[in-house]
Design a protein around this ligand. Structure first.
Ligand code: SIN
Length: 490
């Protein structure tokens, strides 16, 4: 089915306590490129979510008691299985999410890299000794897994956003319950199948799929037995989940919306800037939190950058992600296309010009449905237009021109978001000034693709809190415990 080498990877039930749970009704998972049914998945709800939390709680004692090396070996086996099944996992991901197959396989490798990274990093959960204020005492700091972790993950990276959280949680000794997006549950369930094959014990990694977002979210955020909650998604939803977590004072980490500026200074290598903007903007059809949202170009470079960028974007091939040669897939839904089209129309009504749009697209072989939006470029955009202050989450590049470095930094920071930012310059003094002046958790300097397992991914301001990946990625899953040993002078 669906040309998978291993059809057993296509699952249709939630995975709770090491077994597959069916429910009374189903959710249809449709291919956004064709609108056709990919698979039906059992529609779990509050009861199954409660079961998953109980399973994670029961499994915590034994899992946290394992040595870091034992957990590492299991995680590495999981990583190996993900990579061995990269082709099938990529195909499942393209079928349910739409991104081109090469990009989907890239996401599998990206997700697996977090599992490999944390398999190693889990061995380095070091404590501390601190000089005590008196001779009869010793101060020791140990770190312990926080307990049951609950997660809600988005449809734009159906594999990697789970892997990034679960790997850190499991490596730290925590157990894990995730509710993946209902549009893309198949990648999550395939990960569960491979976790089971890797020998990860029952109850340690649980996946509950269901469309009762409110009810299941309430269990995951308000349950007394969940110690930590982590979410990737919009800032609006993140805010209400944070407030739900307040009732039990849970530790939370949030990876929320972005409004990334991409600044091109006059002294930049323009070809490099064009290549960086292309990948940063059009990866996943513009549907990532770190996607460039505004391109700011200094006046002296404006004509050259715009001409070259328009030519490069024109070469993207729009189509079904499974078709050969397609480099940009559909958006997640026709509704998402409608939302982005409204932002384009608003910008044009407010005075922007369409430098590239529907009529200029190169198309793949398949007939395109209403989930497709052609890569678009708008010029003459100004900072007072609505597109400059909204997360576009689609394949649209608004180009804003500026005169001075100070003006660029001011425009870039004029947003409540603070996730990713990018700039291109060859002036070392400017590089430091701008890097330090940008109020964003991540800064790409002469680089458009900044995400990797070794680096701390996360935002400032209303883009969230906590960091994922890197050595810092374990902190969110660990409690610091201070031991004061007294009476040592007798
Ligand atoms: C996201 O869009 O939330 C994640 C993007 C990434 O990991 O690069």
């Amino acid at each position: 089915m669906h040309n998978l080498n291993d059809p057993q990877l296509l699952k249709s039930f939630s995975y709770i306590n090491g077994s597959w749970h069916s429910s009374a009704s189903d959710i249809a998972v449709n291919n956004p490129a064709t609108g056709k049914l990919v698979a039906k998945v059992s529609n779990a709800g509050i009861a199954e979510t409660e079961l998953a939390v109980q399973a994670a709680k029961a499994a915590f004692k034994a899992w946290s008691a394992k040595s870091a090396n034992e957990r590492s070996a299991l995680l590495r086996t999981w990583f190996n299985l993900m990579m061995a099944n990269q082709e099938d996992l990529g195909r499942i991901l393209t079928l349910e999410q739409g991104k081109p197959l090469a990009e989907a396989k890239g996401e599998i490798a990206y997700g697996a890299a977090f599992i490999e990274w944390f398999a190693e990093e889990g061995k380095r959960v070091y404590g501390d000794t601190i000089p005590a204020p008196s001779g009869d005492k010793r101060i020791v700091v140990i770190k312990q897994p926080i307990g049951v972790v609950a997660a809600i993950t988005p449809w734009n990276f159906p594999n990697a956003m789970i892997a990034r959280k679960a790997a850190a949680a499991l490596a730290s000794g925590c157990t894990f319950v995730v509710r993946p997006a209902t549009q893309t549950p198949l990648s999550a369930l395939a990960m569960a199948e491979l976790a089971e094959r890797a020998g990860i014990p029952a109850g340690v990694f649980n996946v509950v799929v269901g469309d009762d977002a409110r009810g299941m979210g309430k269990v995951l955020t308000e349950h007394e037995d969940v110690a930590k909650f982590t979410f990737t998604g919009s800032t609006g939803v993140g805010k209400s989940l944070i407030s739900q977590c307040a009732s039990t004072v849970k530790k939370v980490s949030m990876e929320l919306g972005g409004n990334a500026p991409f600044i091109v200074f006059d002294d930049a290598d323009i070809d490099a800037a064009v290549a960086g903007a292309l990948v940063s903007k059009y990866r996943n059809a513009g549907q990532t939190c770190v996607c460039t949202n505004r391109i700011l170009v200094q006046e002296g470079a404006l004509v050259q950058f715009t001409e070259k960028f328009v030519a490069a974007v024109k070469d993207l091939v729009l189509g079904n992600g499974l078709d050969e040669g397609v480099t940009i897939g559909p958006m997640i839904s026709a509704q998402a296309v409608g939302d982005v089209k409204r932002l384009i129309d608003d910008s044009i009504n407010q005075g922007a010009q369409l430098a590239l749009g529907e009529d200029d697209s190169k198309l793949g072989d398949s007939k395109l449905g209403d989930s497709f939006l052609a890569p678009t470029i708008l010029t003459g955009v100004t900072n007072d237009m609505s597109i400059a202050h909204n997360e576009i989450f689609g394949p649209v590049s608004p180009i804003i021109s500026f005169k001075t470095e100070a003006e660029a930094i001011a425009i870039a920071n004029d947003t409540e978001f603070g996730l990713a930012s990018y700039f291109y310059s060859r002036d070392i003094g400017r590089i430091w000034r701008v890097a330090e002046g940008l109020d964003f958790g991540m800064v790409g300097i002469n680089e458009g693709l900044i995400s990797n397992a070794a680096a701390p991914f996360g935002g400032m301001k209303q883009s969230g809190n906590g960091r994922e990946g890197s050595k810092y990625g374990l902190d969110d899953y660990l409690e610091i415990k201070y031991l004061c040993m007294g009476g040592l002078d007798q």
